[in-house]
Write a protein of this length. Sequence first.
Lengths: 89, 329
Amino acid sequence: MASIEAEVRQYVVETLLFGRKEVELGGDTSFLESGIIDSTGVLELIQFLEEKFQVRVEDEDLIPANLDSVNALTRFVENRYVTSERTGS
Amino acid sequence: MREEGNRFSADSLKLDAAAEVERISASIRDGVFTQLRRKGLVIGLSGGIDSSTVAALAVHALGADRVIGIFMPESDSSDDSLRLGQLLAKKLGIRTFKEDISGILKGAECYRRRDEAIKEVVPKYHAGYKSKLVLSSLDSSEFRISYVVVQSPEGVQTKVRLTADAFLALVAATNFKQRTRKMMEYYYADRHLYAVAGTPNRLEYDQGFFVKNGDGAADVKPIAHLYKIQVYQLAAYLGVPDEILMRPPTTDTYSLEQSQEEFYFSLPYDKMDMCLFGKNHGLAPSDIAPAVGLSDQQVVRVYKDIDAKRQAARYLHASPLLVEKVSEM
């Protein structure tokens, strides 16, 4: 099974970078700073997270610390998994 | 541009109205008669400040008998749009035509497609509801998120975050309105051998607040270089009726009353204007923050948002891409 980081990266490359593998995408590359995400892209990203990982993304989660890079997204999903496992939700 | 010493204020954007009107008029005459070889200008009149100013400028440049105004209400339009448009046309003495575009929009299933998009996120929504699209506030997140606000027949409002699918479906459906209006403007332009005037101001042109091949399409755009504050200044100089000058800017696209700031800019136009002007003139956020009434940090966010919108607007401004230049044209 692919890691969360690999699945997130694959989604970002395929959806936000339109499959252009030649574009360098570091783990901490800011989507906002590098201009690879716009307001529609954010909505697509939320939909991906909710459908792929079954996590609920609340409005207060919509901050760069959670969503602005591959590493941030990976941490966000991992934290949600841990939280949901602990609470049983 | 006037400066009050070195201190930035809204007055910094003010221009010499008389000189600017003459400069724009000369450009319109050259553009319409010499470059485009058309007999006059067609303008869609919404009763708003931009189309009213463009119509007044066109009359100043070409004469009232070479300007045609088109009213294009539809089911969701405010009654004020038609009334104020007619008020302006009467004052300017121009020919007008009224085309209710609701039938065309129904034929294209604009309303049904819009309603289905909203139902994706608000299952109880039905045709008796009113709706509008709004953007998250500048303070809530650096990510700008779209929401739909629906109002039940009983007047209860609900705000729901859109999914990507619902957002795209909603925008695609409502864009029929701007494109239908432009189609109608070009009908009248072809019919009379006129050109079509577009009405974006600088904020809208720069930030991509228009529909590609909808209100973004035109042969001339006489106020695309003017900040909105300057548009108001010229409107007052040209005698645009006070009621139009006082009307809050609206998109007039959704059935619920919707300001431009909640739909797109997240700040009132005068503050957006000052921020855009400041950014364009290399002013630091701290230089303009006091005059705009924002914190330095908020201006930093606005500057970033301006850059993000410019990037998104590139597609809207792009001409069709060719594999190679056709040198004969």
